[in-house]
Design a protein around this ligand. Structure first.
Ligand code: NAD
Length: 482
């Protein structure tokens, strides 16, 4: 008999305390060996003046136990309150969001009875870095950051997850036909890592058609790994079309700490009435049990839950005349699951976590050799209110520092000089590309000189981006999305 594993538990707000109690009752009855540490998070803490909704002592518990079972919380209305989920994710480096989206037909209504998809969403990068600026009166910008190590971590996690959980295929969604650098890197790393998993099928879809297929025929997918924004959107779509928003659990995994929860919120209108369905949090707790090395308990609990579902013992949210046999409250549902511990479902497919019984998934990043970086030019972004690109091009042409010459001007990415179209709509935001005239590497001092000259002559520089080659390969797009 192993020692109890310390975990940090938050009972949350609204229906949180009821579904957490039900979840704990079930997993403890199923044999989970846990030492619980309870922390306060959410509404009370926010309204007590802590804008993050979590106190320093709670962080201390989380960082020590490294396992967090969290009930939903209520974020108070009005400004100034930070999302606890975003804070936790960022502070603890929870890079992977894993959300199994499973149909439970005919017991839960769904258009896709054979759906069984796991969405693995990158959680830290992409457009979610929160780096946004107004650059000109007309134009705002949000920076999309994709890193090689960040991508390698999430992609490896997806493949490791697939292997552990007996999945057959990992699919990657990106938009690398347009975003050749950022999504291009994500796709390239996916292809590299995929080679190390010859036992698993792999494929890549452009996210738009991939998303359409996911909504139409989700049964053709197994595990799907995606950058943050696509994953955010499509994990909600997937949970919704599975019919299981109220039943889905999710995990947020970091190198050290992991957090497990239901995907739904605190449903304040249902609070305190013994109505809420604890299944989402219970399935989050099942993921936690596998993570902490108690996979056989996870399997027992999950199968007892499936049996309860197929026996038609349902809470109000999934109750349906003709399919359900008994409408129960939160506590009675928990008792029904506990009564079925040790049983297997007969109509729904039983789960097996035997292959996952090796504790937490760990991923390591392949060290990359240093690269030779040469500056070959600069994109200078100008705020310029006169909308005549030819005039701007003709006047900028005369500025050159260290043999850097003006090659092109674009407006919102469309080339407008030289030889632009008069039909192209222009804003007050211009990207002016200067390249080394000799084709040889330039020097950063030349870029500073160029900026100096432009500034002295009244041009308003918003920002610059160095154009570099990495081991001779251009690290920038050619313009016009090419
Ligand atoms: P919600 O998920 O709480 O509720 C949406 C609908 O689903 C409601 O009709 C609700 O009654 C029902 N529902 C949700 N969970 C249920 C369950 N377990 N059993 C039965 N019915 C259930 O979403 P909302 O109403 O938009 O948000 C309410 C609060 O939850 C807000 O304060 C929001 O900020 C918060 N929230 C928290 C989290 C989290 O902590 N992870 C996530 C989402 C929303």
């Amino acid at each position: 008999m192993s020692y109890p594993v310390p975990i940090t538990v938050a009972f949350g707000d609204g229906i949180g305390p009821e579904i957490m109690q039900a979840t704990l009752d079930i997993i403890l009855a199923g044999g989970a060996r846990l030492a619980l540490e309870t922390i306060d998070i959410g509404e009370k803490v926010y309204l007590g003046g802590n804008t993050a909704g979590i106190a320093p002592s709670a962080w201390e518990s989380l960082r020590r136990t490294k396992v967090f079972l969290k009930a939903p919380i209520t974020t108070p209305q009005g400004g100034g309150f930070k999302s606890l989920n975003v804070t936790t994710r960022k502070m603890l480096g929870l890079f992977a969001n894993v959300r199994p989206c499973v149909a439970y037909a005919p017991y839960v209504d769904t258009k896709h009875p054979r759906m069984d998809v796991v969405i693995v969403r990158e959680n830290e990068e992409d457009l979610y870095a929160g780096i946004e600026h107004q650059q000109t009166p007309e134009v705002v910008q949000c920076l999309k950051l994709i890193s090689r190590p960040g991508t390698e971590k999430i992609v490896r996690y997806a493949f490791e997850y697939a292997r552990r959980y007996g999945r057959k295929k990992v699919t990657c969604f990106t938009k690398d036909n347009i975003m050749k650098q950022t999504d291009g890197l994500f796709h390239a790393v996916f292809d590299e890592v995929a080679k190390e998993y010859p036992d698993l099928e792999n494929e890549h879809w452009i996210v738009d058609i991939g998303a359409a297929k996911l909504a139409d025929t989700p049964e053709i997918f197994d595990v799907i790994v995606m950058p943050n924004l696509y994953g955010d959107i499509l994990s909600d779509v997937a949970a919704q079309i599975a019919g299981s928003v109220g039943l889905a659990g999710s995990s947020n995994i970091g190198e050290e700490v992991a957090m497990f929860e239901a995907i739904h919120g605190s449903a304040p209108r249902r609070a305190g009435q013994n109505l809420a369905n604890p299944s989402g949090l219970l399935l989050g707790a099942v993921m936690m049990l596998v993570h902490i090395g108690q996979a056989s308990v996870a399997e027992t609990v999950h199968n007892a839950w499936l049996k309860t579902l197929e026996d038609g013992v349902h809470t109000y949210d999934i109750y349906e005349e003709g399919i359900s046999t008994e409408k129960v409250g939160t506590k009675e549902f928990a008792q029904a699951v506990i009564a079925r511990i040790g049983q297997q479902p007969e109509k729904l497919k039983p789960v097996s976590y035997a292959s996952a019984d090796t504790g937490a998934i760990r991923v390591t990043i392949t060290p990359q050799p240093p690269k030779t970086i040469d500056i070959v030019g600069v994109d200078i972004f100008l705020y310029h209110d006169d909308r005549d690109p030819d005039q701007l091009g003709e006047s900028l042409k005369h500025y050159a520092a260290g043999h850097m010459t003006l090659k092109m001007i674009t407006n919102r990415g469309v080339k407008v000089w030289p030889a632009g179209f008069s039909e192209t709509f222009c804003t007050d935001h211009w990207r002016c590309r200067f390249l080394s005239a000799t084709g040889q590497p330039s020097r950063y001092e030349n870029i500073i000189d160029l900026q100096q000259q432009l500034t002295e002559n009244g041009y308003r520089i918003i920002k610059t981006e160095n154009l570099c080659t990495f081991d001779g390969q251009p690290g920038f797009s050619a313009g016009q999305g090419a």
